[in-house]
Design a protein around this ligand. Sequence first.
Ligand code: CUA
Length: 361
Amino acid sequence: MRYQNHRQDHLPQVPSMRAHARAGRLVAAAATAVAAALLGGCEMPIALDPRGPAAAEIARIWWLLFWTAVVVSVIVFTLLGFAVRRARTSARTDEPHPTSEEGARIDNRATGFVLIGGGLIPALILIAATVLTLTGLAVFDRPPDGVEHTIVVRGHMFWWEVEYPEHGVVTANEIHVPVGQPVRVELESADVIHSFWVPQLHGKIEMIPGKTNVIYMEADEAGTYFGKCAEFCGRQHANMEFLFIAQERDEFDAWLERQAADAAEPTDDIALRGRDVFVESPCAACHSVRGLTPAAAEAGPDLTHLASRRTLAARTLPNVPGNLAGWILDPQGIKPGNQMPAVNLEPDDFHALLAYLGGLR
Ligand code: CUA
């Protein structure tokens, strides 16, 4: 051929070629799915790698059900294999048909087998699984010993308000706890139904408007755990994530003490001007800064210690100055459908505002 055709699909294809291509695509898709599942396991923590007592209980039940299902499947498919083979051999050989007496005996045996194998045994397995699951779930309702802290987590479209009512602390998208100690977590919603989920520490718990659900959480190891909204709640449901950070006791106490303090005073003239910009701009209508604005502004996250947080917009962006600037200028471009409007400021005012917010540690 003189000219190379770059679009292969312009070439006529015979059916077998098409089938071959389709099979190739299927294999490629399956391989991609398997690779994604395996590689995904490296990045995304899963519930089957528990790091706390509640998640360990869930994983225990899960594995028990999984192996039960494996054993049942192996038995059922082995019997199916025998049946198919027997039907084929009896079709090939000229076995005489059973007499009516023999036939009735075979029918009786088959009925008994179906009733026991297909009815009684599955019923027993399902009853055992139900009892096991319910008793496992009941453990979660009992308050464990040694609970010192209560944390109220309120779901918003599309971020998490985090409050330590005994300490006057309000923050967002980041939950800190002492490692190895259970905390009481009260789950609420400010708008629609969300679901609170830290896969390595606990099962998914709904956050329902007008209702408070209580769970007890504990992390066995210090570290940062991934948390996510697990109930479709609107356009940015996928970007409604948080960090659950288990810290050594002294580290946690120090964090709590810093968070309980009022906002830091600006240390230079630019940040001072930025504070005035903040108070006079629409920002203060939705966001509180303790010690500066009235606490009534709760539509958006509390910004008293904004600069101490690791991420912005519910783990959508790392909290670095460039991202904060971009977020203020174009929140709808970054996270379309979220509740934050863009704020128009003069360039000097904008820089001053960034300097002020950057000092809120
Ligand atoms: Cu909140 Cu999905």
